[in-house]
Design a protein around this ligand. Structure first.
Ligand SMILES: [Fe+2]
Length: 721
């Protein structure tokens, strides 16, 4: 069969497996309560008719409440007219972050308003102001209008925050939401000044118990600093209900008779994925060397190819497995280093696989090594599968979780805590919102849930690994992946996207130059938060003197490879905070803009890095999950050691090393969850929060992206799944 014929079959398989469920739910169809109610076990879905009815009544009641409040706002509008006369009084005080209380961190540029209501419930505005750089405010007002007989006895001091950026009539506007109201007795306003003293706000607080910069969300999810839009929840429900019901059916069957459910049956019950569809037409193709090379280069992993030191045209892809992280006894997680040779068509073919670490339950030597070459028949097939599984778990944790989700959250927190007046908030917020919410869900579903039960890692070691990997990630000096050949579609698409984002950021900065420079203090404080809460640079955390020669060699190889993978220049001078060198570089060290510095370019570089990470990089690793880990026996996140001496070096037919039925159905559920429930695309602009100029720039490259097999319509605007 020619290459063209194979490509046609693969293209047809792509088209066949791009399933989206047309929502066919009726009134009594099962429904998902909320994204927060998703479980690896059984998600909280509402199935019985009386619960559906109760939920319907509850929803109607809520909708009535929303409509009632909208009606109230229309009947009693808050007109932006000041009721004032001679300014003779003021409200004073200071806004500080609630935690850490001892540090007294000021909250600058918060919008504050002072309102009263008449005895006929009409609103009257008496004054407004913003907190200054020290969080202090002086809201001046005229005393007489506040004391009028018609004004009710309680007045309202209101604190607002920007919760969204929306495009209205071609302009990006801040959506201000009431964060907190402090009631003031009208009778207490007797002098020239009323002191509200220190007001501590629980606003985008850092989690005190995490080494990774994470936002604090209460265990029950209440008081989260942001909310999912309704469309996000709806997309999840519509796509996931059929998948959830399949998983629940399997779990019930496993409970009753664990041996009655085969992996083949589980696979058949879920929608067909790419590899299954290809296998139907071209048996054995997805287990061959050509497909292995294509997926390592252009699949979910978008692997980094490191040139071999001595042989031109040969490359290494390295996936570092268990390393020295805590592992369980059930699953293997060896390091897989794969030597590739570049073929004349520009695609890599694997020629040698080096596996380091335990492959069975008997020999636990972490540095035992098995080298398998492409001429070794069945053993070569087994080694490729082991390498696929290691690379899948690394892609899930290193690239997806740490590289996009957790990486973006740290920028999201720093931006939300500090940027209010600076136009940079309108550039960043549409791309960094929601990530803290989905990361909070990932804590439960992935880190505490699936990973410890279906892979070698524990929840503790997953968190440690994620923290270590963030130690390789910095906006400074980041460059798109080097393109190795015409067939390197991923790298070419990344480079093209980077060009679009660069053009967009340049345009935005030229449009808003004066304001960005004027409100530089906000950039300085964001930078300070980013650096202070950043994890240490990874190399700083290694106890070099304690490493054995084998550990030293392994660690050096890992560091060199990960620095290339995350495109981090380890030699850049980096800032020390409390004696520790941090991974993230400062954007600026000055509270006012200085022309004689690199700060302007630094800020631009940080913005284009964050936008690219939160959109393109995340979309890629997220949406290809179902293609690369959507067939249990082809690849999964962990192979079991089993009881035999051969361990994980065994054929796919040896079910004792495959995930068990529970993990298999959960894995299928997971890959469906991640790849099929995306919502919030740049060009669809469902929430009307995308900048029209950015959309135009991206849309203009539609054909160029299509030539690289990227549909620009499917690039997500943020990391929210
Ligand atoms: Fe994701």
């Amino acid at each position: 069969m020619t290459e063209e014929e194979i490509e046609k079959i693969v293209d047809r398989a792509y088209a066949e497996t791009k399933i989206r469920y047309p929502y066919q739910g009726g009134f009594f169809s099962p429904r998902l309560k909320h994204i927060n109610h998703m479980e690896v076990g059984r998600s909280k879905i509402i199935q019985s008719w009386y619960n559906i009815l109760l939920e319907w009544i509850y929803e109607k009641w809520n909708a009535f409440g929303v409509r009632y409040h909208t009606w109230l706002k229309r009947v009693f509008p808050r007109r932006n007219v000041l009721f004032t006369g001679h300014i003779d009084s003021s409200l004073v005080g200071q806004l500080l972050f609630a935690e850490p209380a001892k540090d007294n961190i000021p909250i600058h540029n918060m919008h504050l308003e002072f309102w009263g209501r008449t005895k006929f419930y009409q609103w009257r505005k008496f004054g407004e102001c913003s907190s200054d750089e020290n969080g202090k405010f002086r809201l001046e007002f005229s005393l007489i209008p506040t004391q009028a007989w018609i004004i009710k006895s309680t007045l309202h001091f209101e604190i607002y925050q920007t919760t969204d950026i929306l495009c209205e009539k071609g302009r990006m506007v801040h959506k201000q939401s009431l964060f907190k109201t402090i009631p003031i007795k009208k009778s207490d306003l007797i002098g020239m000044e009323y002191n509200l003293r220190i007001i501590r706000l629980f606003l985008w607080q850092y989690r005190p118990d995490s080494t990774i910069p994470r936002v604090y969300i209460k265990p029950d999810g209440t008081d989260a600093p942001e909310e999912y839009p309704e469309g996000r929840v709806r997309a999840m429900t519509e796509q996931m209900i059929p998948i959830e019901l399949t998983k629940v059916k399997h779990l019930l069957q496993i409970e009753e008779d664990p041996l009655s459910l085969s992996i083949a049956q589980i696979q058949r019950d879920y929608p067909k994925n790419l590899t299954v569809a290809i296998e139907e037409k071209l048996p054995g193709y997805t287990r061959g060397d050509d497909w292995f090379g294509i997926r390592e280069m252009n699949g979910m992993n978008m692997s980094t190819f490191q040139p071999d030191a001595t042989t031109p045209g040969e490359y290494w892809v390295r996936y570092f497995g268990a390393c020295n992280y805590e592992v369980n006894d059930e699953y293997a997680f060896p390091t897989a280093e794969i030597r590739f040779r570049m073929k004349p068509n520009g695609l890599p073919t694997p020629i040698e696989i080096h596996l380091t670490g335990p492959l069975n339950r008997f020999n636990k030597d972490p540095f035992q090594k098995l080298v398998v070459t492409s001429s070794e028949g069945e053993k070569w097939l087994q080694a490729k599968r082991v390498a696929r599984v290691t690379s899948a778990l690394c892609a899930e944790l290193d690239q997806h979780l740490a590289g996009t989700h957790l990486n973006t959250e740290q920028y999201s927190i720093a931006a939300h805590r500090n940027i209010r007046k600076n136009p940079v908030i309108t550039l960043l917020m549409p791309h960094v919102k929601s990530v803290s919410l989905i990361d909070n869900t990932a804590d439960k579903l992935l880190i505490q849930g699936y990973i410890p039960s279906a892979t070698a890692l524990t929840a503790k070691s997953t968190e440690k690994r994620a923290a270590d990997l963030l130690g390789f990630q910095d906006w400074k000096g980041w460059k798109p992946m080097k393109v190795l050949s015409d067939a390197h579609l991923y790298a070419k698409a990344e480079e093209l996207y980077w060009q679009v984002v660069t053009e967009w950021v340049d345009l935005f900065f030229s449009q808003h130059e004066t304001e960005i420079k004027k409100e530089w203090l906000e950039i300085y404080r964001m930078s300070e938060d980013l650096v202070a809460h950043s994890v240490p640079l990874f190399t700083e955390t290694v106890n070099w003197d304690e490493l054995s020669p084998e550990e030293l060699d392994f660690t050096k190889r890992r560091i060199e490879y990960l620095a290339a993978e995350y495109r981090m220049d380890l030699n850049l001078p980096r800032k020390k905070v409390k004696g520790t060198q941090k991974a993230i570089s400062p954007i600026t060290e000055s509270t006012v803009f200085r022309e004689d510095s690199d700060d302007w370019q630094n800020l631009k570089d940080m913005c284009r890095y964050v936008i690219t990470t939160a959109t393109f990089l995340h979309t890629w690793v997220n949406e290809h999950q179902y293609e690369d880990i959507g067939e249990v026996l082809y690849s999964c996140l962990g192979l079991r050691f089993g009881e035999k001496e051969t361990g994980i070096m065994a054929p796919e037919s040896d079910i004792s090393i495959a995930p068990d039925a529970t993990r298999s159905t959960q894995m299928m559920w997971f890959s469906n969850l991640l790849s099929r429930t995306e919502y919030g695309f740049i060009l669809k602009n469902e929430q009307k929060d995308m900048h029209p100029e950015f959309m135009e720039l991206l849309n203009a490259k539609k054909k160029e992206f299509a030539a690289l097999k990227v549909n620009v319509e499917e690039i997500e605007s943020r990391t929210n799944i």
